[in-house]
Design a protein around this ligand. Structure first.
Ligand code: AMP
Ligand code: GLY
Length: 442
């Protein structure tokens, strides 16, 4: 079997690692890949957004199926184009991918299917958006509707900040993504990321994870693409992990995922691939913060090492890519705890610096994994930084505390000028576990 992975970040390295580990004989091609992926697969220098060149590659290499990592090629219609050519790809069509690529589309879909989410209005003029801000009151959330690489959301604590965000977006501060702006009710609670593999109808929920979007320790500072993640996540006083068969996940499948898929089927544009549900666990129950139409980054680097799949992941991806039904008893189960720490470049997220020489620790244990993201080969053959998030290191263990220790220790050993990482990934989990051990202090 030959698999093509589209993309070249930490998420794609984790996918390649998993597919390689499950079957060492499998042929894996990545486009464009990265130096880490190149150690376990064949990398071909084709951009993830060059759909026609990717299709030609898939045909030439007799690829059985293609897995698409990033949202950009899905938004460009990679899956539609592959299907026209008789090629199989895992991911939604461009129309179904709008659950991520248009926040206005996603909100309208949720409203028409009765899915719990924050109240919101979409506006195409600054005047109307300013009016909505005044009606909603502070705190309020201002979102560019289009794709903005995780930077199109302003959680405004004051009306002045909200009006300023509206001005910025309509002045073109987020490019075309900000030509429609959502004014959204602020939700309070803990966030949870749930990945669901779907053939359009059947759902295989993976192990829920928690992401850390802010740059600084304690979840402060600017929003980023994600500075780390961990799974499983335990919630509630008893410190019980939320597993794929937990009541919370059942509730989300019933109240969010199933009606979303049904509504898209009803419209004649079924969603197949991976639906990423970003949730806020509010006092009134789980509500949707956002949908993504692909695996999350860096959650994938934590979730894949912490899970087992039946049938194996590659088989599930292949079934969906080929348009075949997922077997009714397919499932994902946890096999341990994983904590992922991202090591980011100097200047990230505003203006990441590239070209810094990287020295990576040598890894000789199976309980730590190092995934490349923004790395490249320098002319002399060494590694250098090539993007905002440079590497992601995952610790895997039978306890959260040990996984966290492993991840933190390895991150500290990744060396390049200006390297930044958070040493507190999973701090909420650590706090909850301490509280569960000493209930009197809660
Ligand atoms: P998004 O790109 O929609 O996931 O938003 C990025 C981040 O902004 C989320 O992960 C949340 O932390 C925060 N956020 C988005 N929408 C809301 C909301 N309605 N209430 C509170 N926080 C939000
Ligand atoms: N970790 C958030 C995302 O992948 O969008």
């Amino acid at each position: 079997m030959t698999v093509l992975i589209v993309g070249g970040g930490g998420r794609e390295h984790a996918l390649a690692w998993r597919l390689r580990r499950d079957d060492p004989t499998r042929r894996i091609i990545a486009a464009p890949g990265n130096p880490g992926i190149a150690e376990i697969a064949t990398c071909v220098p084709i951009a993830a957004t060059d759909v026609d060149a990717l299709a030609a590659l898939a045909r030439r290499e007799r690829v059985d199926f293609t897995v698409v990592g990033p949202e950009a090629p899905l938004a460009l219609g990679l899956v539609d184009r592959f299907r026209e050519l008789g090629l199989s790809a895992f991911g939604p069509t461009a129309v179904a991918a709008q659950v991520e690529t248009s926040k206005a589309f996603a909100k309208e879909l949720m409203q028409s299917a009765g899915i719990p989410t924050a109240r919101a209005e979409a506006h195409r003029s600054a005047l109307a958006a300013h009016g909505a801000v005044d009606r909603f009151g502070a705190p309020v959330v201002i979102k560019a509707s289009g794709l903005a690489a995780g930077k199109g959301v302003v959680v405004a604590t004051s009306l002045a900040e909200a009006h300023e965000a509206v001005e910025m977006m309509f002045a073109g501060g987020m490019g075309e993504a900000g030509s429609t702006v959502l004014v959204e009710e602020f939700m309070e609670g803990e966030e949870l990321s749930l990945f669901v593999i779907t053939d359009g109808e059947r759902m295989v929920p993976m192990l829920p994870a928690q992401d850390h979007k802010r740059l600084g320790a304690g979840d402060v500072g600017p929003n980023t693409g994600g500075m780390g993640a961990y799974a499983p996540v335990s919630l509630g006083r008893a410190g019980e992990p939320v597993l794929p068969d937990s009541p919370l996940v059942h509730d989300v499948l019933r109240a969010v995922v199933a009606p979303t898929l049904a509504e898209l089927r009803r419209r004649g544009t079924p969603f197949t691939g991976l639906l990423y549900v970003g949730l806020m666990l509010t006092r009134e129950g789980p509500k949707v913060v956002e949908f993504n139409c692909r695996f999350g980054d860096p959650e994938t680097q934590a979730v894949l090492p912490a899970c087992d799949f039946e049938p194996p992941l590659a088989d599930l991806l292949a079934l969906v890519a080929h348009g075949a039904p997922i077997p009714p008893d397919a499932h994902c189960r946890p096999v341990g705890h994983a904590v992922t720490t991202v090591v980011a470049a100097a200047g990230y997220p505003e203006a990441p610096r590239t070209g810094d020489a990287i020295a990576l620790p040598s890894i000789d244990a199976s309980d730590v994994l190092l995934f490349h993201a923004g790395t490249r080969r320098a002319p002399g053959g060494g590694l250098e930084t090539a993007g905002g998030r440079v590497v992601a290191v995952t610790g895997v263990a039978s306890s959260f505390a040990e996984a966290q220790r492993l991840s933190r220790a390895l991150a500290a050993r990744v060396e390049f000028a200006g390297a930044q990482h958070r040493a507190d990934i999973g701090w909420r989990e650590a706090h909850r576990q301490r509280s569960a051990r000493s209930p009197s202090s809660v």
